[in-house]
Design a binder for this molecule. Structure first.
Ligand SMILES: CC(C)=CCC/C(C)=C/CC/C(C)=C/CC/C(C)=C/CC/C(C)=C/CC/C(C)=C/CC/C(C)=C/COP(=O)(O)OP(=O)(O)O
Ligand SMILES: O=P(O)(O)OC[C@@H](O)CO
Ligand SMILES: [Mg+2]
Length: 237
């Protein structure tokens, strides 16, 4: 049902907006009109029903597709084009793999638009990231262990999306390229530390989908420069 037809399979460049952070109408206009393929709304902390509804309704003035990455059950807001449910693969704390998600499914299971909802297998690879600290992720993984996680997520679990997450730090592109060579069905998302066009190009050569977050709030012009940079690079494999 999902894999080939899911909207995110067309996405090369995505901006991630955090409901916890302020963004002016002018900046939001620039992001939504930038030519990016989509916007993901998500954050690892401080995401509430109210700040998510508020951001969604502002983005909805534009045509750009908009997905919600649901990071807690209070922030499950109807009206998005797509929903991503993160499962952290490299943690020993089962609550972040299939604990909190199960609790949320007990509540929302019957109301979930399943055709527009996908699991995201997260590999959190920056020890300093807020998401790593929150979930107790074992972020310092060698190449063989990353490969083993990719086999598990792609070949055993058949997850539709694998997200190599370096939030706040530019990652090891050789590791990402190796993961790309290993995936057979999953879409490989990369995010973390992209703050200029050169890094965006490197990431676009290493992953199917490139996600740009924090630089939106730090340097809007640099953020906007990543769109053309990514879209100019041919899709790997
Ligand atoms: C009709 C209706 C209500 C529709 C919606 C239905 C729907 C789809 C419901 C979803 C139900 C469900 C199963 C919800 C799951 C909720 C849940 C508890 C998920 C757990 C997610 C998880 C593992 C969170 C841990 C943190 C994490 C991996 C977050 C992902 C996002 C991320 C890493 C953002 C980056 O964070 P940021 O704050 O920007 O970090 P920096 O500080 O480093 O920048
Ligand atoms: O904020 P940055 O470091 O760009 O990372 C983007 C995204 O992967 C965060 O979940
Ligand atoms: Mg962030």
């Amino acid at each position: 049902m999902e894999l080939q037809s899911a909207i995110y399979n067309e996405w090369r460049h995505v901006f991630k907006l955090d409901p916890e952070r302020e963004i002016s109408d002018e900046r939001l206009d620039a992001i939504c009109m930038s030519g990016t393929d989509a916007i993901i709304v998500g954050g690892s902390s401080g995401v509430t029903f109210d700040n998510t509804v508020d951001l969604m309704s502002r983005i909805r003035r534009y045509e750009v597709p908009c997905a919600l990455e649901v990071s807690n059950e209070e922030a499950a807001v109807p009206g998005f084009d797509h929903y991503f449910i993160p499962l952290v693969l490299n943690t020993d704390k089962a609550e972040w793999l299939a604990g909190r998600q199960i609790q949320a499914l007990r509540k929302f299971g019957a109301f979930i638009p399943w055709e527009n909802t996908s699991a995201e297998g997260y590999l959190i690879l920056n020890e300093e990231a807020q998401a790593a600290k929150l979930t107790g992720a074992r972020a310092a993984l060698d190449s063989e262990t990353v490969a083993a996680h990719i086999y598990m997520a792609d070949r055993l679990m058949h997850l539709p999306v694998i997200y190599m997450e370096y939030s706040g730090k530019f990652g090891d592109m050789e590791l990402v390229k190796r993961a790309l060579r290993l995936v057979t069905g999953a879409r490989l998302f990369y995010g973390g530390g992209i703050d200029d066009a050169a890094k965006a190009r490197q990431a676009a050569a290493a992953a199917h989908t490139v996600i740009v977050g924090n630089v939106i709030y730090d340097d809007l012009e640099a953020a906007l420069s990543t769109v053309e940079a990514v879209l100019a690079v041919e899709l790997p494999k």
